[in-house]
Design a protein. Structure first.
Length: 249
C-alpha cells in the first residue's frame, strides 16, 4: 500500500477489544514516490511512455508465467493521466525568470530528476537552462549524469554545488543546537565532505560552488569558504535570496 499521509506514521490499532485485537501502537512507512513517475520522467513521448510501461514486470502467476506490462484495461485507465502528465507547464519564479514545471520522482528511490520532456523543451526555448538533481551529488548527481543524461543524450556544461554554513558545520561534527553559532573550526572540518562532493562532479565540464547565505553567517566564515575555493580553483558565488526574503517579511 502506497501511503503519503504523515498522520499515519504513528497510529493505534486493535481498539474496542474482542475480535478487533489487542490495542497496540504501530504505523505506516511512507513511500512518497512511484515507479510510474520515474518512467514518466524518462519518456520521450507518448509512444515511448507506453513502451516503457508495457515492459514492466508486474508479477508472476502461480503457473510461473510472467505478467508483464499494464495490460490493455490498465493502460486505458491510465492513458488520460499520463497524457496530461507529459505536458510541461510554463510559469515564472519570484525573480521573474521563466520556468517549466514538470514532474520529478524522489532520488532516494528513483533518479530524482525532472522530466526529460521539460528539459528538452527548455533547451529549445532558452540559451541557458538550469535543472536540479536532488539528494546531493553522491546520489542525485550520479543518477542525473548516468541515467537521465544518457537517456536524453545531453551533456551539462556546468555543475553547481549548493552549500550552506549549516551543512558544513553538521559535517564538521558541530551539534545541531549550536548550528547558528559561529564556528570556523567546524566549517573547516566540514570541508572534507564538501571536497568529496566536488570530486564526484569532477567528470563534468566545469564546476561551481553556490553558497546560500543566511542571516547568522559571519564575515569570517564567508572568507574561509571563499579562500578554500580559490585555493582549489573552484568558482564561487554567493546567493543572499534568503536574507532578502527575511527582510521583506
Amino acid at each position: 500500500m502506497d501511503v503519503n499521509d504523515r498522520s499515519l506514521r504513528y497510529i493505534i490499532t486493535g481498539l474496542h477489544g474482542g475480535k478487533n485485537g489487542i490495542p497496540a501502537e504501530t504505523g505506516f512507512d511512507i513511500t512518497p514516490a512511484s515507479e510510474l513517475m520515474a518512467i514518466l520522467c524518462l519518456a520521450k513521448d507518448q509512444d515511448d511512455l507506453r513502451s516503457r510501461i508495457d515492459n514492466i514486470l508486474l508479477a508472476t502467476t502461480a503457473g510461473k508465467k510472467t505478467f508483464p506490462g499494464f495490460r490493455p484495461w490498465c493502460w486505458r485507465s491510465n492513458s488520460c493521466f499520463t497524457e496530461r502528465c507529459l505536458t510541461a507547464q510554463p510559469c515564472s519564479n519570484t525573480g521573474g525568470y521563466s520556468c517549466i514545471s514538470s514532474w520529478r520522482p524522489f532520488a532516494n528511490i528513483a533518479h530524482g530528476c525532472n522530466s526529460l520532456i521539460a528539459t528538452k523543451n527548455a533547451m529549445n526555448l532558452a540559451d541557458y537552462v538550469i535543472t536540479e538533481a536532488g539528494f546531493g551529488s553522491d546520489l542525485g548527481a550520479e543518477k542525473f549524469f548516468n541515467i537521465k543524461c544518457r537517456t536524453a543524450g545531453i551533456t551539462p556544461a556546468l555543475s553547481v554545488l549548493v552549500v550552506t554554513t549549516q551543512s558544513l558545520k553538521l559535517h564538521g561534527e558541530v551539534p545541531y543546537a549550536k548550528i547558528a553559532s559561529a564556528d570556523p573550526e567546524g566549517i573547516m572540518k566540514g570541508m572534507r565532505n564538501l571536497e568529496r562532493h566536488l570530486h564526484i562532479l569532477r567528470t563534468s565540464i566545469s564546476r561551481c560552488l553556490w553558497y546560500e547565505q543566511v542571516d547568522f553567517d559571519t564575515d569570517e566564515e564567508l572568507l574561509l569558504i571563499r579562500n578554500w575555493c580559490e585555493q582549489r580553483n573552484v568558482p564561487y558565488a554567493v546567493n543572499n535570496a534568503y536574507n532578502l526574503g527575511r527582510r521583506c517579511a
